[in-house]
Design a protein around this ligand. Structure first.
Ligand SMILES: NC(=O)c1ccc[n+]([C@@H]2O[C@H](COP(=O)([O-])OP(=O)(O)OC[C@H]3O[C@@H](n4cnc5c(N)ncnc54)[C@H](O)[C@@H]3O)[C@@H](O)[C@H]2O)c1
Length: 319
């Protein structure tokens, strides 16, 4: 076996900015739509004994000649052990030989590329004057979603609703310390009804908010549902535009598992490639359903690998 470059989280964080990740993920969505990449079927399975959801996402970038996979998943009880619920590791392989080339911590990668996907979707679907954001769920992804949205929108106020008052308060305080007005509420309806952008990031298996609670012009990034059975929204009023990252994934593990079969939909690559327009009026209520696509991971990881090689950082291990 050859030499494998190992990139830990600390080094990873220095090699890609959020701004770069947003551009890379937008381009990855376009390439996927233009058949310049291949996404292999995702694995997402419950391991009951360990209260964990195990997953593998893999893809091949045709122009970049890059193949890789991310393995890991979501272990619900990790919080009580002082560990992140999400655990991911990324492996890049030599496309010519199948030999391992690079092993990367992918916990930060997951947050970064998921925040980037939310920002890209909001760029095409939210009103550019969006000032108020509601975060449903107050964990890791809520933080990365807000951080990416702050790069693009003139956000003045954030409202937080989560399962526990403690987690809502903690996040609202954190946001307040950054100089943005933030409050929390124990009522999900009140949390969303005045929002310009709603972001859902819970691991819920039953609806937390209803689409009928949203006002005209609101955009929803539904990020939490990424496993069979998960569900954050009750769609009791149709959205004007429904966009997903990948239809096969959305309807098997995303929010669109619960959508009417004839729901008209677009994939995000149709917007980023400019094949279809996104939002067309200030009145539309729009939805982006994200399940997380392997090309997001691979494109960002490839950027980090190349930069690490340029700079000569990381540790090389002979297998
Ligand atoms: N779409 C993607 O690409 C993508 C990427 C990463 C994670 N995810 C998913 O996002 C979800 C959140 O991940 P995370 O890393 O932020 O987890 P986390 O554990 O850090 O945070 C989850 C938050 O949701 C809250 N919550 C749980 N159930 C709730 C409910 N019923 N109502 C309101 N709040 C509730 C918790 O209190 C917590 O604040 C998971 O389902 C995860 O699988 C999706």
């Amino acid at each position: 076996m050859g030499n494998v470059l190992v990139i830990n989280q600390e080094i990873f964080k220095d090699l890609v900015t959020q701004e770069e990740a947003i551009q890379i993920v937008e381009s990855a969505f376009t390439q996927l739509h233009e058949n310049k990449s291949i996404v292999f079927p995702a694995v997402r399975q419950l391991i009951e004994e360990h209260n964990g959801i195990f997953g593998i996402k893999s893809s091949y970038l045709i122009d970049e000649k890059s193949v890789g996979l991310k393995a890991g998943g979501f272990w619900k009880a990790n919080g009580s052990k002082g560990k992140a619920n999400h655990q991911s590791t990324m492996l890049l392989l030599d496309p010519e030989t199948g030999e391992p080339m690079c092993l990367l911590d992918a916990n930060h990668l997951t947050s970064l590329r998921t925040g980037a996907a939310g920002a890209v979707a909001a760029k095409y679907l939210a009103r550019s004057v969006s000032k108020t954001v509601t975060l449903i769920g107050a964990g890791l992804q809520a933080r990365s979603q807000l951080s990416a949205l702050l790069q693009m929108f003139p956000i003045e106020e954030v409202v937080v609703f989560s399962q526990t008052e403690e987690s809502s308060r903690k996040l609202a305080e954190e946001i307040g310390q950054k100089g943005i007005a933030a409050r929390y509420t124990d009522c999900p309806q009140k949390a969303v009804e005045q929002a310009d952008i709603v972001v859902t990031t819970t691991p819920s298996f039953s609806p937390v908010i209803k689409s009928s609670w949203l006002r005209e012009g609101t955009h929803v990034n539904a990020m939490g549902s990424d496993t069979k059975g998960k569900r954050e929204l009750e769609i009791d009023r149709a959205f004007d535009i429904v966009v997903c990252d990948l239809w096969e994934q959305s309807t098997s593990m995303g929010e669109l598992q619960n959508a009417e079969p004839e729901t008209p939909y677009l994939e995000i690559g149709q917007l980023t490639s400019k094949e279809k327009p996104g939002r067309q009026s200030a009145h539309e209520i729009t939805l982006f359903d994200s399940t997380g696509v392997a090309v997001q991971d691979l494109s960002v990881a490839l950027h980090v690998y190349r930069r690490a090689k340029e700079l000569g950082v990381g540790v090389t291990v002979e297998l």
